[in-house]
Every structure is written in structure tokens, then in C-alpha cells.
Write a protein that binds this ligand. Structure first.
Ligand code: SAM
Length: 218
């Protein structure tokens, strides 16, 4: 895989993938987008104090790191699983500036990127298991999720991830009252999610985007 680093409007880095011709976060602000979509409208939109979360596309680990920080602050116990087909190498990870901007010890960030395919307790509130596999082949071992962070490349760049069979798989991976959040709000994706049985909440989007989707199972 071939990458380059970019700076977004909130000064946080993001990564451009030459292979997918897409960026990992919004150019309007990567940290702001991650916080708005996955933390504010994901983790914190639900009052339960114990959560199983699945992320599709672990990438830079930004969503996991923000979740860990909020979980600690709000005393939420999070069991975080993530699926990633193309783990980033140290070379690029070491160049990301997230830790300076959100005041996190870089050792925590490094820890998040160690140990694939096994469970790692980062602190009393956050346990992480990253699976080096594709969303297409991922099989959950007895766990259903409260929240899915669906952070794939955009439908125009990686359409297969947004096909009905994958979205239905997400539906089946959720608990009865679980939900999925994504930055994407394209009409065709809304229609597919509805057809599968999700109830859609169309929320204000992060900076630079009008809308985002929160899709509830029930
Ligand atoms: C838009 S990026 C977001 C990454 C991450 N959430 C972050 O904040 O850095 C999409 C991620 O999906 C991963 N990906 C691409 N195809 C995949 C697949 N078939 N299964 C699992 N992950 C995939 C990419 O490697 C990339 O890390």
C-alpha cells in the first residue's frame, strides 16, 4: 500500500491512500469529524455504562483513541473490536500528530497499534481486540455489538463495502437495540439501510458535511 500524509483544517493529520484514491478523515478536520460522528453521536449518545463496539476500518486508531479517552472520563466500560485489512506501518503511524493535539501520551497510541488478533486491556475502561481481516470475512465469536462505527472509505472509492450484503451483515452483528453510525449520508446508502430494516436518524454532519447517518436496529 502506498500513502502520503496530509493536514486537515483542524490541524490534525490524515492519510491519503494512493491505492484507494481516498483520505482517512475529512479534509475539513479529521479529529473534529471523528469526535462528531463516532463519539458525540455514537459512544455518548447512548446512556449505557458498558458497551461492545465494533469499528470497521481501524486505520490510524483515531476513533479508538478518542473512545478510550471518553470512556475513561465518563466511566464507561468499553470492549472495542476493530477490523482492518491493511494495518498501517510504524513509519506512517509515527508521523501522525494526534497525540500532540489531544494531549494523549504517545505510549497509549503505540499500545493501540500493537498485538493484532488478541485482546489487550489498555486500562480499566477500555479493552481492545483488532482483527487483521476484511469486513467481508470477519466472523464475530459470540459477541453482538451495541454500536458499530462504520468508517470505511467512501462508497465512490470502495463501493463493495457499502453493498447490501455487508450492511446486512452489520445489522446482524448488532444487538437488538444496537445502532451503526457513519459519516456517509448518500441517498443510495440510506435506501439500502432502510431496506435491510434499520430505522434512520439523519443528524447534522461534521464540519463541511450537511448530514450523517445513525441507523438503529429497532
Ligand atoms: C476511511 S479509512 C478510516 C480509518 C480509521 N477509522 C481511521 O480513523 O484512521 C478506511 C479504513 O478501512 C480499511 N479497509 C479497506 N478495505 C477494508 C476491508 N475490506 N475490510 C476491512 N477494512 C478495510 C482501510 O485500510 C482503512 O484503514
Amino acid at each position: 500500500m502506498h500513502y502520503k500524509l496530509l493536514i486537515t483544517k483542524d490541524k490534525s493529520n490524515t492519510i491519503y491512500s494512493y491505492n484507494f484514491d481516498d483520505i482517512y478523515h475529512s479534509k475539513h478536520g479529521g479529529i473534529n469529524e471523528a469526535y462528531h460522528v463516532f463519539i458525540k453521536n455514537g459512544l455518548l449518545s447512548d446512556v449505557r455504562k458498558k458497551k461492545e463496539i465494533l469499528e470497521i476500518g481501524f486505520g490510524s486508531g483515531l476513533n479508538a483513541m478518542l473512545t478510550l479517552m471518553e470512556a475513561e472520563k465518563k466511566l464507561i466500560k468499553v470492549n472495542y473490536h476493530a477490523v482492518e485489512l491493511y494495518p498501517l506501518n510504524k513509519n506512517i503511524l509515527n508521523k501522525l500528530n494526534f497525540c500532540n493535539l489531544i494531549d494523549v501520551n504517545s505510549k497509549i497510541f503505540e499500545k493501540l497499534h500493537q498485538n493484532w488478533n488478541k485482546s489487550l486491556k489498555i486500562n480499566n475502561f477500555f479493552t481492545l481486540t483488532k482483527y487483521h481481516t476484511s469486513v467481508e470475512t470477519y466472523v464475530s465469536k459470540n459477541i453482538k455489538y451495541d454500536i458499530i462505527y462504520f468508517d470505511a472509505f467512501s462508497p465512490s472509492k470502495q463501493s463493495e463495502i457499502w453493498e447490501e450484503n455487508i450492511l446486512k451483515k452489520m445489522y446482524d452483528l448488532l444487538k437488538k437495540d444496537g445502532f451503526l453510525v457513519t459519516y456517509c449520508a448518500k441517498g443510495i446508502i440510506k435506501r439500502r439501510l432502510k431496506k435491510i430494516g434499520f430505522n434512520l436518524l439523519i443528524l447534522n454532519g461534521p464540519p463541511g458535511k450537511r448530514e450523517m447517518i445513525k441507523a438503529q436496529k429497532n
